[in-house]
Design a protein. Structure first.
Length: 178
């Protein structure tokens, strides 16, 4: 029998001055048994950076034909498809064929430049793709915010994200690779 996911409840207050988006989201994050705190918090940070009324987490890591995070139109069209890690070109091709915009957030530290060097050429053919990198040191700090019940405020301005809880504040600056 496979172990169950760990459930995290999050109240996320977002003030995104870059997109003029101001909203509070009450989220339930299911952390797959194989998922690290860092990866789960990258998902939360990507949610904050792309937040909208219709952005939602999908069924999870084990579903092959869904994004991990996506926004669908009222007609069911996929407006935004978000993936994490160092995805292979075949998976990105599938996402780019199904969605208006695809964003990939990497966070692996030293392995990201090696992956990017190998995949930059093939991925450059997808005009609806954006590739972003979260610096490893920032993601390690982000993981220190993890609690089963989180109340976070997020301020985004000029491409920099500040996340705060009752005890600490930290900055994230994702870098666009493509």
């Amino acid at each position: 029998m496979a172990p169950n996911a760990t459930i995290f409840k999050t109240e996320l207050q977002i003030a995104d001055m870059d997109r003029f988006y101001y909203q509070t989201h009450h989220l339930t994050l299911a952390q797959h048994p194989s998922e690290t705190d860092e990866r789960m918090m990258v998902r939360l940070a990507a949610f904050a950076l792309n937040a909208s009324e219709h952005l939602a987490f999908s069924k999870g890591l084990c579903v092959d034909d869904e994004a991990e995070l996506w926004e669908k139109s009222l007609c069911g069209d996929i407006e935004l498809w978000i993936e994490f890690g160092e995805a292979d070109e075949k998976w990105i091709k599938k996402a780019c064929g199904r969605a208006k915009t695809v964003k990939l957030y990497t966070y692996g530290g030293r392995s990201v430049p090696i992956w990017w060097q190998k995949n930059q050429g093939p991925l450059s053919r997808y005009k609806n793709l954006e590739v972003w990198e979260f610096p490893k040191e920032q993601i390690q700090l982000l993981a220190s915010l993890v609690k089963r019940s989180m109340r976070l405020s997020c301020n985004i301005s000029e491409g920099e994200m500040w996340l705060n809880d009752d005890d600490q504040s930290l900055a994230l600056t994702p870098q666009r690779l493509y």
